[in-house]
Design a protein around this ligand. Structure first.
Ligand code: ADP
Ligand code: MG
Length: 322
């Protein structure tokens, strides 16, 4: 373990928000419907993610912390048909390499278990009363990597990044209920009732969501849908453009370019719309295995997708006489 885990951790776990992203993705993959996230001292003292998902069986617990151990794919073919958010088996081992981890989990069949993980190894494991689901407690993040600690920004910036990550995940999953706490103070909450517009209101506020209109269209290969803001509702940066590909929040400059082209001259220079764009496509046409953080993707038929997005945005804005 040690060296290779530390190296992987450097790529996967850049900052406190990366811990939240990976743990929440695991909760989503475990079919949780309620996910609570709590942090203290900008995430460096503690991050706790609790879910009501499937839990981990006692026998699988040590495997879960081994690098490259994933229960989500088994063959190389699976790698080209990824239906879960995780598949690299790197998150838990990476987190455990740079923090102190405790996990409480229960599959619902027997009593739960509680384990302490140090230096990536399970140090103790005992029965514990727990509801079905999993709680991961990450303490003293980067305590053993002082260089990484130094590179972090102010608490305020790290908190903003954690809020961004939770917002992205909550926007991607309107059917799930998310709650984010700074200590005992609740920062945000979504209801999980499946209504994307209400979800946008919960996350960005009603002032923004009121000025957003729905769109949807499809062609042979892609289905796109979501909400776009009226050209009067803009922001000074691209952070409010969310692109979700098969439920995964992705970063893709080309696709955000097509969104902006769709607005054309309706958008003032230096202003960006608020958009939630859901793309559904055959998982075989996406390669997610590009980067350890899994936010970059390579798309087959990217040009066709760009065209569909630009045209749909143009038409939706025109239909609304904008
Ligand atoms: P990956 O998500 O890529 O499979 P991780 O290191 O994130 O790798 O997790 C390792 C394994 O631990 C997962 O494949 C899964 O079986 C299990 N696991 C992790 N978190 C949870 C959770 N919250 N609920 C149930 N199982 C989990
Ligand atoms: Mg994972």
């Amino acid at each position: 373990q040690r060296l290779s885990d530390q190296i992987a951790a450097g790529e996967v776990i850049e900052r406190p928000s990366s811990v939240i992203k990976e743990l929440v993705e695991n909760a989503i993959d475990a079919k949780a419907t309620e996910i609570d996230i709590t942090f203290s001292e900008g995430g460096l003292k503690q991050i706790v993610v609790s879910d009501n998902g499937l839990g981990i069986a006692a026998d699988d617990l040590s495997l879960a912390f081994k690098r490259h151990a994933t229960s989500k794919i088994t063959t190389t073919d699976d790698l080209f048909n990824i239906l879960t958010l995780g598949f690299r088996g790197e998150a838990l081992s990476s987190i455990a390499a740079v923090s102190k981890v405790e996990i409480v989990t229960n599959t619902g069949e027997t009593k739960g278990i509680k384990a302490k993980v140090q230096e990536g190894m399970i140090k103790s494991q005992e029965p514990a009363a727990a509801k079905r689901g999993t709680q991961v407690i990450v303490s003293d993040l980067f305590f053993n990597t002082p260089a990484r600690l130094k590179y972090l920004k102010s608490q305020k910036t790290e908190i903003a990044k954690m809020i961004d990550v939770v917002n992205q995940l909550a926007l991607s999953y309107p059917d799930l209920s998310f709650r984010l706490f700074n200590g005992s103070k609740r920062l945000s909450q979504t209801t999980g009732d499946g209504d994307l517009k209400k979800n946008i209101a919960n996350i960005y506020g009603r002032q923004i969501s009121q000025k957003m209109i729905p769109f949807s269209s499809e062609n042979m290969d892609f289905e796109i849908s979501g909400y776009l803001s009226l050209p009067e509702m803009t922001r000074s940066n691209r952070n409010y453009i969310s692109i979700l590909l098969n439920g995964r929040f992705i970063k893709n400059y080309q696709l955000s370019r097509s969104i902006i082209s769709g607005y054309g001259s309706k958008l003032m220079v230096g202003r960006f719309p608020v958009v939630v764009l859901n793309i559904k496509m055959d998982a075989n046409l996406v390669d997610v295995n590009v980067h350890p953080t899994k936010q970059e993707v390579r798309l087959s038929k990217e040009a066709q997708l760009k065209e569909l997005i630009e045209q749909t945005f143009k038409q939706t804005l025109a239909k609304n006489n904008l």
